[in-house]
Design a protein around this ligand. Structure first.
Ligand SMILES: O=c1ccn([C@H]2C[C@H](O)[C@@H](COP(=O)(O)OP(=O)(O)OP(=O)(O)O)O2)c(=O)[nH]1
Length: 157
């Protein structure tokens, strides 16, 4: 059984209480599925995204992550493969000190419109530890074999 850390989650007033909280679809799943949770007026029609259109899709949820953790909002591969529906800013970052609504920035990279329906599993949330760096300015950096080579310097095949 994977360790579980406690994440406090808050359903906002606009949220439909019938929509399930994030949950893991299998025992070993890394991501908990997030569902679209539209305000009442938008629930029937959902949200249609045309090709190359983007939208911030509400989850109706706010979270309080423990210090030292982040929540990554990642695409679902099935939606990407079937519909070209993915996240524009993947992985989205939810900071430990953020208390606003968790939003999912979706984009339709497919050739046809896709409708995001109320309650649809639109993304997955991966809670992960973070390390903050102390950035110390210096006048030189240690030498390495790679040096300044990057962006395909070792070949592209
Ligand atoms: O996919 C996302 C990305 C971000 N957020 C929320 C939580 C996060 O803590 C906050 C800020 O995100 P980020 O740091 O990526 O945004 P920014 O553009 O740097 O804005 P800010 O100046 O508010 O940090 O927005 C989401 O709900 N979903």
């Amino acid at each position: 059984m994977t360790d579980r850390i406690d994440v406090r989650i808050w359903r906002l007033g606009t949220a439909d209480p019938a929509i399930a909280l994030p949950d893991y679809a299998s025992a070993g799943a890394a991501g908990a599925d997030l569902r679209a949770n539209f305000p009442a007026a938008a629930r029937d029609e959902g949200l249609s995204l045309g090709p190359m259109e983007r939208a911030l899709v509400p989850t109706g949820l706010a979270v309080a992550l423990p210090d030292g953790f982040e929540m990554q909002i990642r695409p679902r591969s099935g939606l990407a493969l079937r519909h070209g529906l993915t996240l524009l800013n993947t992985p989205g970052t939810v900071d430990a000190d953020y208390r606003g609504e968790v939003g999912v920035l979706m984009v339709n990279l497919g050739a046809t419109p896709v409708t995001i329906t109320h309650g649809m599993r639109i993304a997955q949330a991966v809670v992960a530890p973070v390390v903050q760096a102390g950035f110390t300015e210096t006048n030189s950096l240690d030498d390495t074999d790679r040096g300044t080579g990057g962006f395909g310097s070792t070949g592209v095949d």
